[in-house]
Design a protein around this ligand. Structure first.
Ligand code: DX5
Ligand code: ZN
Length: 223
């Protein structure tokens, strides 16, 4: 029996000029969300696209736009991403100095009428964010160091996912668990049965010559 899982291919491996075409292709081939990786060259070394490219991308797709802000100062840009059509915005726990500013940020994102997500890097313990779970619609567990596609899945992420899933059940939490980095057709089932609801895929979907079949395989459905 397969648990229902959403597949969120990531924009990161795709060149900017091909983003609209890629989004359309993903929509036609069964992707559920488009995971938009935004990098500022400070929180991570790489830089991706900005708000204006994002606004253009929104016009080319009906997919749910899941914005992952790998930027040092996320609160400087959240209003614009919301204005240009983000359905959910995820910020990094590591960007905040204290719990009050983190809670204010999450409440601000929700006040924009969109879903609020929080991401943790592989080195951050899952227990660190337990006290802010009531403010969240989504937790994004990074299963690679943020910044690049194509890295291998960090196996200890499975314990983190399972621990968070258990905590959610114990507290009757409603947030989704999303996993980002190194997801492939071999490990997707284990990640999903450990508690993930949304699987991000960068390189595996981008490099696939049969995106429909690859997305089905990531969902645990063989064609
Ligand atoms: C990495 C990004 C990911 C990346 C995943 O920092 O957040 O979304 O595109 O790529 P894969 O699936 O290739 O690890
Ligand atoms: Zn991402």
């Amino acid at each position: 029996m397969n648990k229902k899982v959403l597949i969120a291919p990531s924009t990161h491996p795709c060149p900017i000029k091909e983003l609209s075409k890629y989004a359309k292709e993903l929509e036609l081939n069964g992707a559920d969300w488009l995971h938009c990786d935004i990098m500022d060259g400070k929180f991570v070394p790489d830089r991706t696209f900005d708000q204006l490219v994002f606004a253009f991308l929104k016009k080319s797709t009906n997919l749910y736009l899941d914005v992952h802000l790998m930027v040092k100062e996320p609160m400087k840009v959240v209003d614009e991403y919301a204005k240009y059509g983000a359905n959910g915005i995820t910020v990094h726990y590591e960007c905040f100095n204290d719990k009050i500013s983190l809670i204010n940020a999450l409440q601000h994102i929700k006040s924009l009428g969109i879903n609020a997500g929080l991401s943790i890097k592989p080195g951050t313990d899952i227990e660190t964010i337990f006290s802010v779970l009531p403010y969240l619609d989504l937790v994004l567990i990074m299963s690679v160091e943020p910044g690049a596609s194509g890295q291998p899945f960090i196996k200890s992420s499975i314990q983190k996912i399972a621990r968070l899933s258990k905590k959610r059940a114990e507290t009757n939490g409603k947030f989704l668990i999303e996993v980002d980095g190194g997801v492939n057709t071999t490990n997707a089932q284990l990640i999903s049965i450990s508690g993930a609801d949304v699987l991000v895929s960068g390189s595996v979907v981008y490099n696939s010559t049969n995106k429909k079949e690859t997305i089905l395989k990531l969902k645990g459905i063989s064609s």
